[in-house]
Design a protein around this ligand. Structure first.
Ligand code: UVW
Length: 318
């Protein structure tokens, strides 16, 4: 039975830990509630040099798009060539020589946030919203990414695992444990706390770009182990972002009852937004140069109405 708010009446999250009800029965923002105005002000106080670093891959058809999705199409509808040849487009607006373009893409097809309407299980999304609240015509009528439009800006902390482990990249199937994160954090001299956006570098997305034949890329990925769920919950992290495809380790850790088991636990149970396919090479280089792994991270999604996710250009400011 679903009530007028789209909630399954009497739904109880089957797993512990979870955040269902923590910020109210109708909350649609989950762990970004940890980011208070004081937290944002403290993050802004980390800005010392004004150095700005993008964490986005190029938004074009060369990037890694999950094989279940179609690639990015970018069309140029008014161009310099139109003006140069004086066709009808070129002559519009009495000689003004403007250009226009269109993009068609899966919202999960580039550097992106997975919002809270992206993954459900057992007919429920985060906080007990019914799976049917994401509709064919209306999209995510609850838990849409637009609920995050004023958020996902906080203190960012980069954990650079390849640097700490003295490797170019973590291998496919490498399961990241809380111990590995804590060890690297201690070596970097940085602590992770309430409301932080945790950014973990693996080197996996750069590996994609280096491959001539991309097919081997899709056979696995380094990513979070199931153990990280309890740790992220205890640390009260606001969001996690990584340079892999789906945050979690692939192949999935055994035993699992559904594919993408870490997604289910983080998105549905905790209400934690996941940043995927981020580009962290430039950020890692600046962190190493400045010898600091904390910064202001400005990473709100696009204000796409009723969307399950959003591309973005996450920006670290030092
Ligand atoms: C899934 O849809 C499970 O993957 P991603 O999080 O990469 O979008």
């Amino acid at each position: 039975v679903v009530d007028d708010n789209g909630k399954v009446v009497g739904a109880v999250c089957p797993n512990v830990p979870n955040n269902w009800g923590r910020w109210g029965e109708l909350d649609q923002r989950g762990t970004v509630n940890f980011v208070t105005t004081a937290k944002v002000a403290a993050a802004a106080a980390l800005v010392k040099t004004g150095r700005v670093v993008s964490c986005a891959i190029p938004l074009d058809a060369t990037g890694p798009v999950h094989p279940a999705r179609s690639n990015i199409v970018h069309l140029h509808s008014a161009t310099g060539a139109d003006h140069a040849t004086w066709n009808s487009t070129g002559q519009s607006y009495a000689g003004l020589q403007g250009t226009d373009d269109y993009i068609m893409m899966p919202l999960q097809g580039s550097t992106q946030w997975d919002g809270l309407a992206h993954i459900g299980a057992d007919d429920c999304f985060y906080n007990g919203f019914w799976i049917g609240v994401v509709e064919a015509s209306g999209g995510a009528t609850r838990l849409g990414i637009e609920n995050m439009k004023d958020s996902l800006t906080s203190r960012g902390v980069l954990i650079d695992l390849p640097r700490h482990q003295e490797v170019d990249r973590l291998q496919q199937g490498h399961a990241i444990s809380p111990g590995q994160v804590e060890e690297a954090a201690a070596a970097q001299g940085v602590a992770i706390g309430t409301g932080d956006i945790l950014v973990i570098r693996t080197g996996h997305v750069p590996w994609f770009y280096s491959l001539e034949n991309k097919s081997s890329f899709w056979s696995g990925a380094p990513g979070l182990s199931m153990e990280m769920v309890e740790w992220l919950h205890r640390k009260e992290v606001a969001a996690v972002a990584m340079d892999n495809i789906a945050i979690e380790v692939e192949p999935f850790e055994e035993p699992f009852d559904k594919p993408y088991p870490v997604h289910v636990r983080l998105i549905r149970d905790l209400g934690l937004s996941l940043g995927e396919i981020w580009w962290l090479e430039d950020l890692a280089a600046v962190c190493a140069e400045e010898q600091r792994w904390e910064f202001m991270l400005v990473a709100p999604p696009l204000n796409v109405t009723n969307a399950s996710g959003s591309p973005l250009n996450p920006t670290a400011i030092f």
